[in-house]
Ligand binder design. Structure first.
Ligand code: ATP
Ligand code: MG
Length: 252
C-alpha cells in the first residue's frame, strides 16, 4: 500500500516516486536490484538539481528527431519504468507510433505476466516481448535480456532504452541499432555508449518527449535531419559534468 506523503515534506516529490517503486516491488514488477538502481539515480538527480536542465532538453529534441525519422522505432521498458510512469509510456507509444516492448534482466514468468497485466491496465493495447508475442534471441546479448520481440527490438532501427544496463546498451549498439537512453548518471556505461543520452529523471523525460514529439512531427524531414546532424552526445555529457561541477562550486 502506498504511504501518503504530505505536500509540506521538503522531499515530497522524491518520496512519492519511491513509494511507486516500493508498490511496484510488492506487485512483482520491480526487481530487488531495481530498487538499488533507483537509489543510484536519485543521487545524480540531486546533483542536477532535480530539474530538466538544458543539456537534457537538447538531447530530448534530438531523440524526438531520431524517433520521427526512424522506420521501426521501439520503446523498451523494464520493471522500474513500468512502475514509475506506465500511462506516460502508453501515451508516448501512441504519439510516436513506436510499440512498447518489455525487456527484463531478471525475467521470470511471474514478472512477465505481472508487467503485461500492469501495462494493459494502464491503457496499453499491445505489449511486445511477453505473453504470446513471438520472441527471438540476439546473439550479442548475454542473460535473459537476449530474448527480444520479433516485431519489436529484433527488427528495430531505433531503440529507446531508458534505465538500461551498460552491457545491453553496448550489445544493441554493436548490432547496428541506434540507441536512445534516459539515465541520470552521465558516467554510466549506458550514458557513455548510447547515441543519444537524456540525462534526466524518467518521470520528467517521458512527458517532455511526448510534448516535443507532438510539435516536431509537423517539421519537414530535412529540418529533423539537421537537428540530428548537429547533435553531439559527447558535448551533452561534457555539459552535464560542467553543470554539476559549477553547481557544486556554487553550493560550496
Ligand atoms: P551501467 O550498467 O550503464 O554502467 P549501472 O550499472 O550503474 O550502469 P544499471 O543498474 O545497470 O546502472 O542501470 C540503471 C541506471 O538507471 C543507473 O545508471 C541509474 O543512475 C539510472 N536511473 C535509476 N533511476 C532512474 C530514473 N528514475 N530516471 C533516470 N535514470 C535512472
Ligand atoms: Mg549495469
Amino acid at each position: 500500500m502506498l504511504i501518503e506523503v504530505p505536500d509540506s515534506h521538503p522531499r515530497a516529490a522524491s518520496l512519492r516516486i519511491r513509494e511507486k517503486l516500493i508498490d511496484g516491488f510488492d506487485k512483482g514488477l520491480v526487481a530487488k536490484a531495481g530498487l538499488i538502481a533507483h537509489g543510484r539515480g536519485e543521487c545524480f538527480d540531486y546533483l542536477i538539481g532535480e530539474k530538466t536542465q538544458p543539456f537534457a532538453e537538447k538531447a530530448t529534441e534530438a531523440a524526438c528527431a531520431m524517433i520521427i525519422l526512424a522506420e521501426h522505432p521501439v520503446l523498451s521498458i523494464n520493471g522500474n519504468v513500468a512502475a514509475l510512469c506506465p500511462e506516460d509510456c502508453v501515451t508516448l507509444s501512441i504519439v510516436s507510433g513506436a510499440p512498447l516492448e518489455i525487456n527484463l534482466f531478471y525475467r521470470t514468468k511471474e514478472r512477465e505476466d505481472a508487467l503485461l497485466k500492469h501495462m494493459l491496465n494502464h491503457g496499453a493495447d499491445e505489449v511486445l516481448g511477453v505473453g504470446d508475442d513471438e520472441t527471438v534471441q540476439i546473439e550479442e546479448l548475454q542473460s535473459k535480456r537476449r530474448i527480444v520481440s520479433k516485431k519489436g527490438i529484433y527488427r528495430a532501427d531505433v531503440v529507446f532504452v531508458p534505465l538500461e544496463d551498460g552491457d545491453r546498451t553496448e550489445a544493441l549498439v554493436e548490432t547496428g541499432k541506434k540507441v536512445i537512453t534516459v539515465d541520470l548518471n552521465p558516467l554510466s556505461r549506458t550514458a557513455q555508449k548510447a547515441q543519444i543520452t537524456i540525462i534526466d529523471n524518467i518521470v520528467r523525460t517521458i512527458p517532455l518527449i511526448t510534448e516535443m514529439l507532438k510539435n516536431m512531427k509537423k517539421l519537414p524531414k530535412n529540418t529533423l535531419q539537421n537537428i540530428l546532424h548537429n547533435y553531439d552526445n559527447q558535448k551533452t555529457l561534457q555539459e552535464t559534468l560542467s553543470f554539476i561541477m559549477q553547481r557544486l562550486k556554487e553550493l560550496r
